[in-house]
Ligand binder design. Structure first.
Ligand code: MSP
Length: 477
């Protein structure tokens, strides 16, 4: 039986088009998914959208459209971006999907009820629509949420509360011992100190308002006056997508997840609330959570609210998807914030793709096409260096890509030092043998690139096996 590998991504809010920050999460996840397929594992890669929110209601109203139709349009847009970026997801879940998502979200709720972990309470608080969460006075500056620059709504309502506090000890133990592995260490420390600062129970439902659109919001089982709090319903997507509470086959096969890929802004939801929900429902915890940093622009988090976004479609049009993937995976450290500028992007494209990889492929394959009578023999066994897998297992994706570029550099150096074009004229046999070696080395470069630049990888493989120089890979701009 093949080893299974289940990885998930945050389900984004479809209130606007995705920007490069979202594309970053998806590209990291895609590289991991492809690297596990390369190991011949049975991979399940989940994507989706988080739709039962106040943000959606507001955005649809502003656009003057009926909410579900509004969402359909944006979700189409997500999928279009994923297809142009070559994101190889297996399923796209939408939390307004009453058939796929709602039964499982309700089944999970009922298990948490059965554990005695949901209780009703009058609640007063400040609700930030940007966060889709209650925030405290302490988090306000001039009465406004610091992240969103908006005044929170004062709410006083009857809600169901989840006993998060009860799970502090268990969470601490699972995270500390790496039974639930949080990567990188700095995020593990962050969540441990958050737990140590004292976990409070969280509001898990909201009264259904009179003007709230139909079809949005999972009804609380047995209490039609309430809908689930959006994070409670959203987190459940990781199991409802596999058929939890509906048809268990995929769930049995793939749960627990091997990794939840998330940005650092949603760490608490994933590393405290979600595992506590699973513990309450007596379900296995995910193996790991990979927490990446932010893409910044002008030194600040790229975000629509701040108005500093770069549209990934625009970059794809200029440079092609493979170049975007290359840049995001190699030039941004996965665990830290990384600044993106159009100039930085252009420089990296010219230096490492046009003059680097693209030029190398053209040179080696031109030599091969001219001097080798037939294609080189394809290596029988696949051989990937252990350190490449080690880097990927630690989610150090940029390090894995760097390894490919060191090989590219070595190959360039060999060509400069050993001058195959001169040698083949002086001594045809030795010249051909050298060219054959260079072609095989290029083949490995192509194979190693597979998770990061799948099309380039396929083009190199095809060129080598057909002994034919391909079209220019990264045209000069
Ligand atoms: N809907 C929730 C997630 C629910 S998961 C059960 C949500 N959605 S979101 O649309 O706001 O997306 C947040 C995620 O988008 C971040 O965790 C991160 O993956 C990605 N990013 C958004 N802006 C980003 C940057 N500027 N840089 C990197 N990633 C960013 O939260």
């Amino acid at each position: 039986m093949k080893k299974t590998f289940y990885l998930t991504t945050p389900i984004f809010y479809p209130n606007a088009k995705l920007h490069l920050g979202h594309a970053y999460t998806m590209t990291l996840a895609d590289a991991l998914a492809r690297s596990h397929r390369l190991r011949e594992e049975n991979v399940y890669f989940l994507a989706g959208s988080d739709e039962n929110t106040q943000k959606m209601v507001d955005a649809a109203a502003k656009a003057g459209t009926e909410p579900i139709a509004f969402l359909d349009g944006i979700v189409q847009n997500f999928m279009k971006l994923y297809s142009s970026l070559n994101i190889s997801y297996d399923q796209f879940i939408r939390t307004t999907d009453t058939r796929v998502h709602w039964p499982g979200a309700q089944a999970l709720w009922e298990k948490i009820v059965a554990a005695g972990d949901l209780y009703k309470k009058e609640y007063r608080g400040l609700y930030c629509v940007g966060h889709e969460a209650f925030i405290t006075e302490k988090e306000l500056v001039d009465g406004k949420c610091l992240d969103h620059g908006t005044v929170p709504e004062e709410l006083s309502e009857e809600n169901y509360f989840f006993r998060l506090s009860k799970y502090a000890g268990a969470l601490r133990q699972k995270i500390e011992s790496d039974e639930l592995r949080i990567v990188p260490q700095s995020r593990k420390n962050e969540i441990l100190s958050f737990i140590d600062s004292g976990l409070e129970d969280v509001s898990f439902s909201r009264p259904r308002r009179a003007n709230w659109p139909k079809g949005l919001g999972v009804p609380v089982p047995g209490d039609d006056s309430q809908i689930m709090y959006v994070w409670c319903d959203a987190l459940a997507n990781y199991i409802t997508a596999l058929g939890f509470g509906r048809d268990d086959a995929l769930f049995q096969e793939f749960w627990p997840a091997n990794v939840h890929v998330i940005g650092k802004d949603i760490l608490r939801f994933h590393a405290a609330i979600w595992p506590a929900m699973l513990l309450s429902a007596e379900l296995p915890l995910p193996e790991s959570i990979f927490v990446h940093g932010f893409i910044t622009s002008g030194g600040r988090k790229m975000s629509k609210t701040l108005g500093n976004i770069i549209d990934p479609e625009e970059l794809i049009e200029t440079y092609g998807a493979e170049a975007i993937r290359y840049f995001l995976l190699r030039h941004i450290s996965p665990f830290e914030d990384g600044e993106i500028t159009r100039e930085g992007f252009k420089d990296a494209y010219t230096a490492n793709l046009t003059n680097g990889l693209g030029n190398l492929v053209a040179r080696v394959m031109k030599l091969a096409e001219t001097h080798l009578p037939k294609p080189v023999e394809r290596p029988k066994a696949e051989h990937f260096p252990q350190e490449y897998w080690d880097a990927l297992n630690g989610y150090e994706i940029n390090r894995a890509v760097d390894m490919v570029w060191s090989r590219i550099q070595r190959l360039d150096e060999r060509i400069t030092n050993e001058e195959p074009f001169t040698l083949v004229k002086k001594d045809a046999e030795r010249g051909r043998a050298l060219i054959g070696e260079l072609v095989i080395e290029l083949y490995w470069v192509g194979r190693l690139l597979n998770p990061f630049m799948p099309n380039t990888s396929a083009t190199i493989k095809k060129a080598v096996l057909e002994n034919k120089k391909p079209e220019n890979l990264f045209p000069r701009l």
